[in-house]
Design a protein around this ligand. Structure first.
Ligand code: NAD
Length: 355
């Protein structure tokens, strides 16, 4: 199939491109590199040997989104392109509404105009906020605790309204829990600019010597060892679910909303210990006060994804830490900050070009 991947240069997008290319799909990546590096595409091409096409596109600009569809026929669109930092979304909510919600509206408008009827959308467990009970099922109450979460919920609702208005439009809302790890090659991985917001990249940067020590927010949560518990999922398992979701949309001709997690909660200290073992490095840490808005324990009930997609997470915490460490130790500074030209990416804003 020919698939448009918006935000495909980013962390989850690049891993999903690797899986889609390995399944023989033909890809066009659209990204503006607001939170990613052109080098991810260069690595992806090396990894897959596939001529992954790229078009420099800002989803906030309707004309640029329309240009993606000119003279092209896509079987499906996978939409990763969003800003995703919770803290930043509280400081700059309008930027988040503009980027995430306007960008999605432009994409939906362009898809409808071009008659493209299958969408896989990156949603998040953040739509559940602080759930009443765990494991969390898809029918749990939806509670928003920050502007980023609001954008995810609103986007799910916009997509739902479009599906209701047009019975031929089908969408897969994939609610990710906590994606971590990297491609086993060590060629692509998570490369947060500035201070990482998430635990695994922080731990990796401590292990590689870029940061002095980890701060653990709260040691007095009502959990197994007092630290927060989350459902970490290997990014390769997550990537595979996108390919399975596209197959589902084609096969079933209807949409779905599913949790993507392992169904197993892991505490911060358990993850830190597993990472120390995988890397052979000590991870100095200190336990500090809880962070406002954090919750004790969140993990998924992923059984619906298994039932509908036949998908199940296969990789455990040891593999997540091993692969995250391989990526970090092979690329201590991530991709490095490079421009499109330096990364060898040929770009013509009006044309999709193979590398
Ligand atoms: N990583 C997580 O923990 C997590 C958890 C749940 C959901 N999600 C969602 O999954 C998606 C992918 O997350 P990720 O971790 O890969 O993030 P990421 O920042 O690495 O990737 C997002 C990509 O989208 C691009 N992008 C953003 N705005 C754009 C715009 N206006 N036009 C064109 N490109 C744009 C960025 O440059 C980046 O390459 C996001 O929608 C995110 O909200 C992520």
């Amino acid at each position: 199939m020919r698939i448009l991947v918006c935000g495909g240069a980013g962390y989850i997008g690049s891993h999903t491109c690797a899986v889609l290319a390995a399944r023989g799909h033909d890809l066009l990546v659209a990204d503006n590199f607001v939170n990613s590096s052109p080098r991810a595409l260069e690595r992806l091409r090396r990894l897959t040997g596939a001529p992954i096409c790229f078009q420099l596109t800002d989803l906030r600009v309707r004309a640029e989104v329309d240009a993606l569809f000119e003279g092209q026929r896509f079987d499906a669109v996978v939409h990763f392109a969003a800003l995703k930092a919770v803290g930043e979304s509280c400081e700059r909510p309008l930027d988040y509404f503009d980027n995430n919600i306007s960008g999605t509206i432009h994409l939906l408008q362009a898809m409808q105009a071009a008659g493209v009827e299958r969408l896989v959308f990156s949603s998040s467990a953040t739509v559940y906020g602080d759930p009443d009970s765990v494991p969390v099922r898809e029918d749990a109450a939806l509670r928003i605790t920050n502007p980023y979460g609001r954008t995810k919920l609103v986007m799910e609702q916009l997509i739902g309204d479009l599906c209701a208005s047009d019975p031929s439009f089908h969408a897969a809302n994939l609610r990710y829990f906590n994606p971590v790890g990297a491609h086993p090659s060590g060629l692509i991985g998570e490369d947060p600019g500035g201070e990482p917001n998430n635990l695994m990249p922080y731990v990796s940067q401590v292990a590689v010597g870029r940061r002095e020590r980890l701060r653990i927010f709260g040691g007095d949560w009502p959990t197994v060892d007092g630290t927060g518990v989350r459902d970490y999922i290997h990014v390769m398992d997550l990537a595979r679910a996108h390919a399975d979701a596209i197959d589902y949309l084609v096969r079933e001709g209807r949409g779905l909303t599913v949790n993507l997690g392992t169904g197993r909660g892991v505490s911060v200290l358990e993850l830190v210990r597993a990472f120390a073992k995988a890397s052979g490095r000590e991870i100095p840490y200190e336990v500090v006060a809880r962070r406002a808005g954090d919750v004790a324990e969140v993990y998924a009930d992923p059984s619906l994804a298994h039932e509908l997609l036949g998908w199940r997470a296969e990789l455990g915490v040891d593999a997540m830490c091993r692969d995250a460490w391989r990526w970090q130790s092979m690329n201590p500074d991530g991709y490095g900050r490079v421009g499109i030209e330096q990364a060898g990416i040929s770009v013509d804003p009006s044309l999709a070009v193979a590398g």
